[in-house]
Ligand binder design. Structure first.
Ligand code: CP
Length: 363
């Protein structure tokens, strides 16, 4: 059965199909109003959310389906110690599809391995947020008319920003993409993004701390919030929180057809005066999020009914041989889970955690 855990679970062709379906839903909403009649979506949100949860719920309702779920882990039996695996098994008895947001990286994959219905990762820690990436790709496709031959700037918290990591990974599969990374030294993209995605795929890339110097080059500017909740050191957050503030004046040097995206929520990093600039796309982007999630729900439910497609597995996994070094990995709290690692570079004994994708060495 098919779930969506990482953006690379979808092929480039499948993403184009989802974008086309979302476009058709925007143009012909009445055609889709009964498509999920009798179906239920469960939204399991162990972390706060406005856009992702409510757009998933609105998406299912606009398809004629129903929604169950919780928006606070304290209101679920996770607060009594129930495991992710058991939660997923139980929710499969009540719903046809589920969307999960969880602070632990890999938690949605644990759910997918135990559920009997499709699971959608609605954001796991600092790891991945594939439906935001689909939203971003739909926004870029509609605003720029293409997903290739673009200079895309990412600005702000590139270390903890899971939407940044997922979007860079998604863009690595299109041609003519140039990446410009704008962040303070402390918030540069992690090594697995720089080496594992950007360098591995030979993407053209520039890093700088100075937004204004690169603004004129950009076709797309992806602003991000400095993520207070991911900082262990509050003083460091206070020092970095206002590193970048996009103002109307700064945009004077930008291209006339720049598209400014932001996954939202915004704190301080885009002045409200920018909101009326025709280049500001972030509220449209939030609206597109509902349409792409409608397209995704339709696809996963249709596949489940049609074929129960088997998920890819890899024969040379290491099970309970390496312990995941990432303290934010779901395996750090759910001790009963198998520690599963897949080979990255067998010659150099490098493996990657199945759940959070952290690398580890095993001689
Ligand atoms: N962009 C996004 O994930 O927003 P929420 O945290 O409000 O869902």
């Amino acid at each position: 059965m098919r779930s969506l855990i990482n953006i690379t679970d979808l092929t480039v062709e499948e993403i184009y199909d989802l974008i086309d379906t979302a476009g058709d839903i925007i143009d012909n909403p009445e055609k889709y109003a009964e498509k999920c009649r009798g179906k239920k979506l469960a939204t399991l949100f162990f972390e706060p959310s406005t856009r992702t949860r409510l757009s998933f719920e609105a998406a299912m309702m606009e398809l004629g389906g129903n929604v169950i779920g919780f928006s606070d882990a304290d209101n679920s039996s996770a607060s009594k110690g129930e495991s992710m695996a058991d939660t997923a098994r139980v929710i499969s008895c009540y719903a046809d599809i589920m969307a999960i947001r969880h602070p632990k990286e890999g938690a949605p994959l644990v759910a997918a391995k135990n559920a009997t219905v499709p699971v959608i990762n609605a954001g796991d820690g600092g790891h991945s947020h594939p439906t935001q990436t689909l939203t971003d790709l739909l926004t870029i496709a509609r605003e720029k008319g293409r997903l290739n031959d673009l200079t895309v700037g990412f600005c702000g918290d590139l270390k903890y920003g899971r939407t940044v990591h997922s979007l860079i990974e998604a863009l690595s599969r299109y041609t003519g993409i140039r990446i410009v990374l704008v962040s303070p030294e402390e918030l540069r993209v992690p090594g697995y993004v720089m080496k594992g995605i950007i360098m591995e795929n030979g993407m053209e890339c520039k890093e700088t701390a100075d937004l204004e110097s690169v603004l004129p080059e950009l076709d797309v500017l992806y602003m991000t919030r400095i993520q207070r909740e991911r900082f262990a050191d509050r003083d460091e957050y206070e020092r970095l929180k206002d590193s970048y503030v996009l103002t109307a004046e700064k945009l004077d040097t930008a291209k006339a057809d720049l598209a400014i995206l932001h996954p939202l929520p915004r704190v301080n990093e885009i002045s409200v005066k920018v909101d009326n600039d025709p280049r500001a796309c972030y509220f449209k982007q939030a609206m597109y999020g509902k349409y792409i999630r409608m397209a995704l729900i339709l696809k996963l439910l249709a596949e489940r009914e049609g074929e129960n497609e088997a998920r890819r597995t890899c024969g040379d996994e290491l099970v309970n041989v390496i312990k995941c070094p990432n303290p934010r990995c779901i395996t750090s709290v759910e001790q009963e889970l198998d520690q599963v690692f897949r080979p990255v570079n067998v010659e150099n004994h490098i493996y990657r955690c199945l759940y959070c994708e952290s690398k580890a060495k095993h001689e």
